[in-house]
Design a protein around this ligand. Sequence first.
Ligand code: ADP
Length: 710
Amino acid sequence: MDLRTRTSLFCGVLALAIAASILLRGRLRRAQVLFAALAGDMGLWYLAQWQFHAGRADFWERSTAVLAVLLPQFALHLFDSIVPRVGKPSALLRWAGVLALPMLILVLTEHRHGLVRGAVILYVFGLIAAGLWQLAQRGEHSGSRATQRRVRFLVSIGALAAAFSLADFLWFIGAPLPPVSAVLSIVFLFALSESLIRARLVDLYDILGQLLVSTALAFSLAGIFYVFVVLLGGFETMYLGAILAAIVILVLFEPLRERAETYTHKFFFRERVDLERAVARARRSLVHVLEVKEMQQVALSALEASRRATGAAVYVRDPIGRDFELGASFGPVALPRIELATAHPVFERLDAGGSIAFEEVAHQVAERRRTGRTREVEADERLIASAAVLGPFARGVCLGVYGAERELSAILLIVDDRVEDAFSPDEVGLLESLAVQMGVVVENSRQHRRLQERDRLAALGQMAAGLAHEVKNPLGAIKGAAQLLSDPSDKLDASEREFVGIILEEVERLDRVVGSVLDYARPSKGDLGSIDVNAVVRRTLTVLASDRALGWTVAMDLAEDLPLARADAEQLRQVLINLIRNAMQAMGGNGNVLVSTRLRQERVSVAPNDAPVWVEVSVRDEGPGIAPHVLEKLFVPFFTTKAAGTGLGLAVSQRVVEEMGGRIEVASKPGSGSTFTVVLPRATEPLSVGRSPAEIPAEHGASLSPKPAA
Ligand code: ADP
């Protein structure tokens, strides 16, 4: 068998194998079926040639001609489905269809005649050349640089394969060339099949990588087969050797493939591997980082060291949450801040997708404009226009760094202005994983700060408690003395009486503050029992009705059949008084407060039989709402925005509710009121062992000092 005959055999088998590999994947779409038909046709064509070269039988010669006539039919339809066409079907497809039948009849009746052969060659290569040309045109007008690059690669290989196949016919006139065309056709088929498998066009690097991996695998597997079948066994035990070889191959296939992939990537795709390493290194280091500043340094220096970016910047959301301030950067001079309002489309898109590659969006605009998707085009154009506020990073990649509640805490901008389309989609995915790790650091640092604050407050609380204790006794003595002085039997004149009155008032106020400090520092667990929260609400509102001023109302919306909660009725009442008075003060004494109760359908554990375990009571007002910077410090002791406030009401309430096993939640937006919700655990035992609301004294309790009415 000469080289040409052998090559035909090899390429025929390979083409059929490629066709089968696509068919075996299932879920066949039109493109897959067309591809399988083209590869099958090519495979048979080569096999027919092989037979023809070997035996020169008339049947094989005729088969070669028939298969050749079918070739452009499958090829043109397949090319047509690779880059989606806009508008009506191409004239080329129609012409090819019209020509197919007469050509078939011609080769079936007379295929040896020189003219017929000439016509077939013209028909096959003419149509394939026209098809490739059309594919190239579509690629050029696709608007996406990546698609252009990949189509160019595909068309070049296809054109080379076609040109060498044409040159093969020189063999007829006695000028034999090496059978390069068959090899190129297989590369072309392989590239096409990879494109179909990955649902996107592959380019030179992808295909080179895949070819190398496949070649390395083929050699290793052939080696295994050779050892078992040829070296270890003779002809009689070949079946045993083959089975053993197959088992060994099955076991080794995956690890071998992974190895081959790792090595080819390492040697041929250095850049991608560099980025992969840099991101992995940064992620590993970030695990031990607690400070946002350090996080920025770690992430940026890793990116800089990878040499895959010419610039990067981290912007961190400011405490008010309005803008993003530059934290750290390298490369081009980054703008000091990005305003949320002006870059709104950018943040909106980030929230939807996690990252934006602006160049990719620009390609999409061109593509979508051609397909008439005007609404998406407008949104994309707005996005690109607003990206201008990112300064030198407007053509790079923008990644969102999210906290635990999916709130955007920071953004990472990366640019490489040396090349276009600098980051492929899977590289953007890699960078996203870095952004996710940065989000974890932001969240951890927040928690860490919270814990530190808690420790600080605990120490402060202990100190304050000691101080309050020291103050409480002399305060009692002062109060007693002042009361003695103000005894009506004493002869005090009016102004002296007024001064004693002032002393008594101030002492009482001080006593309340001292009481609050002690409550905060050493909250008592109270008298925990099963209580009816609705009854506590009713009683609280009755008490408050006495000092209700004109201009505001309190409405109740109490859930029926509310289960009992586990709490101390008196303490809950004091918490509610605090919340309602805060609401009232926030509305400036004018507006409506709604107190409502509800069962919360939320489980504490994942156990399927767990009943919902929370009873909640909410206080909603129509006040101005709470600004984000106030919201952050709401429960910090002594934090107040009021001239005469103590800043202890919410701190103490939270402490007390937490001691009861519950929590206080706040929902507020500036301008649209606030809702404070006390969430309490549902009682497990039905009988109340604590005080019932009716037993609670109507006057203000001493353990929790409610604030004076506004
Ligand atoms: P105080 O009322 O003495 O200031 P609090 O701990 O009760 O102390 O409240 C702390 C701060 O929380 C208040 O100063 C106020 O700014 C804010 N606040 C509390 N409740 C509301 C509300 N319903 N609407 C708006 N702001 C509120």
